[in-house]
Design a binder for this molecule. Structure first.
Ligand code: PMV
Length: 315
């Protein structure tokens, strides 16, 4: 029997980096998905096929022995086989509409879709159970994950997250389009987060003032989301990007992209760790096409996305 599940990617609308120091962040699922197909096979192996490589290994290996980005898939398959039926192996195929490793939630979407698809070979489990397994799997590559990314990929829509209170889904349904552009510069979230830590340690007072301002800005964004005030959300994005510039996570290429995006949209900013990865511009029907054309004219890889309200889907 074949079991299939898909989960959306995400952007961080507001609050990356400051969230590490207690500020609230707002995340949003996007309608670009990762689909995982899982199937029982008679051999004693776990086999994974994906755009970022393939892996074929015996079952029952210690997870410490598995290197690379496909580790969460192995972890899930091995764990789920052990729970339900030791007599089989598993064939897993991953198809992605999301560029991988650029801060668009590909690893969380993989963990969520894989946890549902692999479990689904044996039994359909609830979204809460899928989420719990997905976070466990993601921790095999990002031990400090807050679980916020997996949560928004599972439930879809817009979500607020802060360290103290955890996640809460927001019921706002603003009507915007995002134009997402890829700098094609690889980044390591871990390295950029540690760079920001150094900045903070050298500029304690300034950083704490910025956290306060970011927090006020996000309070304002909450009202804007409720009222679908895209112009004001855009202005807040521009302001948020200035803070991200100040803490040193931008570079010339990202600055050029932001400048271009601000000319043709309501506002734009980096999403995620920065140092590379993606930026996104906020648009509606009236300016989306033009923003995309301008990026394409300047040879940037870009695509449009809407909010995904569905989250995890199983077939
Ligand atoms: O690169 P991403 O999209 O996984 O985002 C990292 C977000 C940070 O705030 C920079 C780090 C974190 O753990 O919250």
């Amino acid at each position: 029997m074949t079991s299939k599940a898909s989960a959306p990617g995400k952007v961080i609308l507001f609050g990356e980096h400051f969230v590490v120091y207690g500020v609230k962040a707002i995340l949003c699922a996007i309608d670009k998905r990762i689909t995982v197909t899982a199937e029982k096979i008679p051999d004693d192996i776990i086999s994974i096929k994906s755009d970022i490589g393939n892996l074929q290994l015996q079952k029952n290996k210690s997870i410490d022995k598995i290197d690379g980005p496909l580790r969460p898939f192995y972890y899930l398959a091995d764990k789920i086989i052990k729970k339900y039926d030791q007599n089989f192996g598993m064939q897993i195929t991953v198809d992605s509409e999301i560029p991988l490793g650029v801060g668009l939630g590909s690893s969380s979407a993989c963990c969520v879709a894989a946890s549902a698809a692999i479990s689904g070979v044996f039994e359909k489990i609830s979204k809460d159970e899928v989420l719990q397994l997905a976070i466990e799997a993601e921790k095999t590559i990002f031990p400090n994950t807050s679980g916020a990314d997996c949560t928004v990929c599972t439930f879809g829509g817009i979500m607020q997250y802060d360290k103290q209170n955890g996640h809460e889904k927001l019921e706002y349904k603003p009507n915007f389009h995002l134009v997402i552009a890829n700098s094609k510069i690889e980044h390591s979230t871990k390295q950029v987060v540690s760079k920001v830590k150094q900045f903070k340690e050298k500029n304690e007072e300034r950083f704490s003032q910025m956290c306060k301002e970011e927090s006020d800005l996000i309070d304002d964004v909450m009202n804007c989301l409720e009222n679908n005030d895209l112009k004001r959300i855009g202005l807040n994005m521009i302001k948020n990007q200035e803070y991200l510039e100040s803490i040193g996570i931008s570079n010339d290429r990202l600055r050029d992209m932001i400048k271009l995006a601000n000319e043709y949209s309501f506002g734009s900013k980096i999403t995620g760790a920065g140092g590379g990865g993606c930026i996104f511009a906020l648009t509606d029907q009236s300016n989306m096409e033009n923003a995309i054309n301008q990026f394409k004219k300047n040879n940037y890889e870009c695509f449009s996305a809407k909010i995904d309200f569905k989250g995890l889907d199983t077939f």
